[in-house]
Every structure is written in structure tokens, then in C-alpha cells.
Design a protein around this ligand. Structure first.
Ligand code: ATP
Ligand code: MG
Length: 424
């Protein structure tokens, strides 16, 4: 073919349970990632129930949108499995029993100790005339590939494990064989930011973004811990070209994310904190009130954290703040538990009592109760003590209890990161 445009895929997932929300359509997400990485990005998805007209319509629509159409689900032996029949009827292909397939299926049943294979399974050995059988190394229903005009239509079982096994084996080979030189793997790069709202970040990004983005598409992906800027190179003719553009745009955006960006393979600010603690041979202790151990949990989610994380105190009651962290009674009485003074004393106290160079503390009102006019729900004080010098910060976070806690943990970790970046 002389056509050198990037080939596109479309996905049709079949199953009433997908429409009813009883099963999350993880097949489409998985295939989307795999196909982008392989170089044939997904242009459109369809999800339909287990009925012939819907399946026929979706496959017909998909053929108008893509030259690779992957259909998953409904290949099983039961009456609710309609895909094979529906697609054979659409293409007016008779179904024939594939004797080798039938024998292989019988063998599978024998190997598992069944005397005979149920007759319902014979339908799984039926193949539309001219279809290529794609081996299923982990189940009975094989994949089926059909060429239709310029397009390749592939039927796959719905069971994720089986779908993936067929894709990784025969199907990937078939796609590479057919589309070979035209495949354009999608390359991505993430710029992680935290501590800046999406809209404010967008303003800064607009100010620095060059007018020509080449093959790069830019996406803002916010969650409770920050906003990820994702750069995606689609349709770049070569991998070098994709890398060059990714480098260029990343460099252009460096001043836009200054003070908010951090480097982490995992996307978690804990990774950047860990890197600096390790590099400076400092150990960390945490004192958590409203986050209840969330920061310690995030720190210890990383393997190898014992190298720099000593431990923590969940100082929920005032008695623990007093008894375990050495917060003084006068400060508690004068300023309350959610105050600058107490946050500072907690950070210093936990570093001292657990023998760490760095102490991190959080004290706040996660809600829904406990707010007041002066200290509304979401009010949080957090502090970092580093080599004996402590500083605190106050914020009023929006959202429900869960969100306030997540945001508090992230803000405290981020404050620690910036302090660590600032020390030699
Ligand atoms: P089987 O031979 O087991 O009947 P099948 O090809 O007919 O396989 P389905 O009957 O549609 O597939 O689904 C089988 C199982 O796979 C179900 O448990 C279903 O929830 C799951 N499944 C189906 N489609 C998807 C999907 N798109 N994403 C995730 N799971 C799925
Ligand atoms: Mg089924």
C-alpha cells in the first residue's frame, strides 16, 4: 500500500453486563494502551449489548472509522454469546466447524479429566469461512480474524486473561505483519506538578507554549495530588522525531512549572522526597493528626523506605501530642490543636523523639464536623523541621473529609520536598 497515514483502530466491546455497569470495561482500556504502544491508536470505541443487530451495527460503524476493528466478548458457547453469529451474518459468511479446533478442544477437556465435551462447546469450533484462527493458549474460544475490504476484523473472547493472551501472541504478529512500516507507536512524557490548581497551571502553560507543537498533543490530568501535564506524540514519522518534539515542548514548559514541578517515574511526590532524603543521608519521622497515618502509609508504600523513614506518631488526641511529641500544654490551650505553634512543636518533637533529621507534621480539621468561624472545615496547619529549623504553613482545603485528608498529606509532603531541594 502506498498510503502512509498512521493506521487507526476501533474497538467494539460486547456484553449486557458492560452496559449495566456490572462489569467495568477493562478490555477496551487495556487494548487502548496496547494499540497506542504498538502504533495503531484507537480512534473510537463502541459498547453494545448481547444482541445481533447491535453487534452488526457497531461493527459496520467501526469499519467506517478504522482499518483494524477489534471485537471482544460474546464468543463463548452459551446462548447469550452472539458475536460469532452476528459477524458471520453481517459478512454473509457460512459457519463451518473447524475439525482441528474441535479436536484441540476435545483434547483440552480430556486433559482436565472430563469424559466428554458438552455439545454446547461445539459452537466454539465454528469458524466463519475464510477466517484465520488465532490461538488461545489459556482457554477454549480462539480469536478469529477476517479481512473485509481494506480492514482487518478480529473477534476475541471477553475474558480478559484470554483476550490478552491472544493479543500478545498471534494477534500482535498479525497486526505487525499487515501494517508493518505504517505503525507509529505513540510516545508519551509526563510533567508532574503539585500545589497549583489546574486553571492557574493552564494560564502559565499558555504563556510559554510555542505556537508550533508539531505532533505533540497536550493534556491536563488533575487529581487530588496535583495536575499531570501529559505530552503525547501522535503520528510522528520516526521515534527520533517524536523524542525531539517531546524534548522541545518539555523544555519550553520548564519555566511554566517552575516551583510546582517534580520528577518522579511513578508520578508520586513521595518518590522525589525519597530521592532527596537518600541523597542527603537524612531520615524522616512524621507526626500526623488529621491524616491519621496517611503520610506514613504513602511513604512505606515504596519499597526500600526503611533507608530513610524512621516511623511516625498518629497524634490524634491532645494527650498524645503532649505525651509523645512534647507539645506544651500552654500552646495547646492558647492556640488550639490546629495552630501554627502546635504544628511546629509536633514536627520538632517527632524528629527529636524518633531520632530523625527531618520531621513532618499535620494538624487540621478534616470535617464534616469540628469547624468554626475562625477555623472552618478544611483548615490545616502543617510543618517541616529540617536539621532543627522548623517552618509551618496554613491552608484551607476544599472538599469532603477524604479530599481534605489527601490534600493535606500531599501539601505536607510537597513542603518537605521544597525544603529538601533548598538545602545543600
Ligand atoms: P466465555 O467463553 O467465558 O463465555 P465470552 O467471549 O463469551 O467468554 P463474555 O461472555 O462476554 O465473553 O464474558 C466473559 C467474562 O469476561 C465475563 O466475566 C465478563 O464480565 C468478562 N468481560 C467481558 N467483556 C469484558 C470487558 N470488556 N472488560 C472486562 N471484562 C469483560
Ligand atoms: Mg460468554
Amino acid at each position: 500500500v502506498s498510503d502512509d497515514r498512521t493506521p487507526r483502530a476501533a474497538i467494539v466491546t460486547v456484553g449486557d453486563e458492560l452496559l449495566l455497569g456490572r462489569t467495568v470495561d477493562s478490555n477496551a482500556a487495556w487494548l487502548g494502551r496496547e494499540l497506542a504502544a504498538l502504533g495503531v491508536p484507537v480512534a473510537r470505541r463502541h459498547t453494545v449489548g448481547d444482541d445481533d443487530p447491535s453487534i452488526r451495527e457497531a461493527v459496520t460503524a467501526a469499519l467506517g472509522e478504522a482499518e483494524l476493528v477489534l471485537v471482544t466478548g460474546g464468543l463463548g458457547p452459551t446462548r447469550d454469546d452472539r458475536t460469532r453469529d452476528a459477524v458471520a451474518a453481517l459478512f454473509q459468511l457460512p459457519l463451518r466447524v473447524d475439525d482441528r479446533l474441535l479436536e484441540a478442544m476435545r483434547e483440552r477437556f480430556r486433559a482436565r479429566g472430563y469424559a466428554r465435551m458438552p455439545e454446547t462447546n461445539v459452537s466454539q469450533a465454528q469458524v466463519p469461512e475464510g477466517a484465520l484462527v488465532l490461538a488461545n493458549p489459556v482457554g477454549t474460544a480462539p480469536g478469529l480474524a477476517l479481512v473485509r475490504g481494506g480492514a482487518l476484523v478480529v473477534l476475541l473472547p471477553g475474558v480478559p486473561r484470554e483476550m490478552k493472551a491472544i493479543f500478545a501472541g498471534d494477534l500482535k504478529r498479525l497486526i505487525v505483519e499487515r501494517l508493518g512500516a505504517r505503525l507509529r507507536p505513540v510516545r508519551m512524557r509526563s510533567i508532574h506538578t503539585t500545589g497549583i490548581p489546574e486553571s492557574a497551571l493552564a494560564e502559565r502553560v499558555e504563556a510559554y507554549l510555542p505556537p508550533d507543537l508539531g505532533p505533540i498533543q497536550l493534556a491536563f490530568l488533575p487529581d487530588l495530588t496535583g495536575v499531570e501535564l501529559r505530552l503525547t506524540a501522535v503520528d510522528a514519522p520516526t521515534e527520533e522525531e517524536a523524542s525531539r518534539w517531546l524534548d522541545r515542548i518539555e523544555q519550553a514548559l520548564a519555566p511554566a512549572v517552575e516551583g510546582f514541578g517534580f520528577r518522579a517515574e511513578s508520578g508520586d511526590v513521595v518518590e522525589a522526597v525519597a530521592y532527596l532524603l537518600r541523597g542527603s543521608a537524612r531520615r524522616l519521622a512524621v507526626a500526623e493528626s488529621c491524616t491519621g497515618g496517611l503520610i506514613a502509609k504513602r511513604l512505606t508504600d515504596r519499597a526500600g523506605s526503611s533507608a530513610y523513614f524512621v516511623g511516625g506518631v498518629v497524634a490524634y488526641a491532645d494527650s498524645v501530642k503532649l505525651g509523645q511529641l512534647g507539645v506544651d500544654e500552654g500552646a495547646l490551650a492558647r492556640h488550639g490543636a490546629v495552630s501554627e505553634e502546635v504544628a511546629l512543636q509536633m514536627a520538632r518533637g517527632v524528629a527529636a523523639s524518633l531520632g530523625a533529621e527531618a520531621g513532618l507534621s499535620v494538624t487540621g480539621i478534616a470535617g464534616p464536623e469540628g469547624g468554626s468561624e475562625l477555623k472552618p472545615v478544611g483548615t490545616v496547619w502543617y510543618a517541616v523541621s529540617l536539621d532543627g529549623r522548623a517552618a509551618a504553613r496554613r491552608e484551607v482545603f476544599p472538599g469532603d473529609r477524604h479530599q481534605v485528608r489527601e490534600r493535606s498529606a500531599q501539601a505536607a509532603l510537597t513542603m518537605l520536598l521544597r525544603r529538601l531541594e533548598g538545602v545543600p
